[in-house]
Ligand binder design. Sequence first.
Ligand SMILES: Cc1cc2nc3c(=O)[nH]c(=O)nc-3n(C[C@H](O)[C@H](O)[C@H](O)COP(=O)(O)OP(=O)(O)OC[C@H]3O[C@@H](n4cnc5c(N)ncnc54)[C@H](O)[C@@H]3O)c2cc1C
Length: 406
Amino acid sequence: MREITVLGAGVVGMTSAYELARKGFAVTIVDAAASPAEAGASFGNGSQLSYFYTDAMASPSMAASLPKYLLGRDPAFRLEVILSPRFLEWGLRFLANSTQARFERNTIDVLKLAMHSRKEFAELSGRIAFDHSRTGKLNLYSSKEGVEKARQLSDLKNRFGADQAMLTPDEAIAREPALAHYGHSFVGALWSPYDESGDSHLFCLGLRSILESDFGVQFKFNTRIIGINAKSGRLTSLTTEEGEIPCSKAVLCLGSWTAPIARSAGVHVPIWPVQGYSMTVAATAHAPSSNITDVSRKTVFCRIGNRLRVAGLADIRRENVGFRKDRFSTLFETARGILPKAGQYDEEVSAWTGSRPVTPNSQPIVGRSKVNGLLLNCGHGTLGWTLSMATAKVLAESAVNSISGS
Ligand SMILES: Cc1cc2nc3c(=O)[nH]c(=O)nc-3n(C[C@H](O)[C@H](O)[C@H](O)COP(=O)(O)OP(=O)(O)OC[C@H]3O[C@@H](n4cnc5c(N)ncnc54)[C@H](O)[C@@H]3O)c2cc1C
């Protein structure tokens, strides 16, 4: 049997393992944490299966806002001055993707990938309990200019079957009564009927059972990878804190930790961590049933079972600074200001932080690397949960081809 090692047990590593096992590979997953999706972005993200809100991060309006972010004038976004050649290269490529033409192309390329993912999720979702819900999504805009821009982009997306519609505030409240308690004012809401939600951590735990019972996938948890070794351009082994693991075929799925580990094998991946926060509280009777995104405050609300998950903030920093109380408070107060009645904010609050592995064009990096035997499935940015099933499929195809081609 063909053996392959998957590095990382976040949602991207877990779905990669699933598709590889279905192709007949004997899969071993290695992760530093004690269980799947425990330590990375797949644990506490915004929970949205955002198949049609695939807007690339690099855009003309983002580029125009950079001075505001640098000066700390937008509570949702922070940008530090980072004097590193790697950041400079990433930043310049990000800026090059900020033209209107590139923004639209990147958004549509990711939309196509997301539509593929939607089909794959539909097949698997019945086998896993992950608080899955198909209740659509509303994006709220507080300015006429925002509405106009969103309408233009939705015209483009509708050519690909998005079926999005711009609603007036009254129409939006009729569709989602929780918006009657919205704490600010909005002038329009974009309705995406096919967007879904679900808890990616629960999904990964359920997928682990399938991987073990149906395919005999092996897990090596509590095993931190320090480096990847190659000889004459071919993958030979992994160095871990637990010792050397020989392997001739592997997939790199380490989310925002990917770049430094890839560099140990001489592979360059343009990924920069963009840190965000989430909070989870008990949902009330006034919690929305659809996913809600307050676009100007860059905050998403999602009901998962009887819980309300709120996620937001995007901090680009020199290094991972871990959990910062002041940044979490910003999210907490913003959430309470937007939908004050939706959650039991004064009861138990689960606070979390994690980083999105962002590429300059917001597209994941999937397929072969320059090291023979080392494949990549990384850089899923703001949409890794949404895109994971599609990129796993593409990766598995690439693994099969790389065997027949090697
Ligand atoms: C605040 C926030 C909100 C988000 N909201 C959404 C959303 O609503 N919808 C959506 O689709 N996406 C969302 N995302 C993005 C999504 O969560 C990520 O793109 C996705 O989880 C990335 O998955 P991954 O498996 O690549 O990485 P991760 O989930 O980060 O997994 C990486 C794994 O690698 C392991 N690891 C790291 N270093 C090592 C090492 N040296 N050795 C061994 N193991 C190691 C970690 O333990 C971890 O298990 C959000 C992200 C954030 C931060």
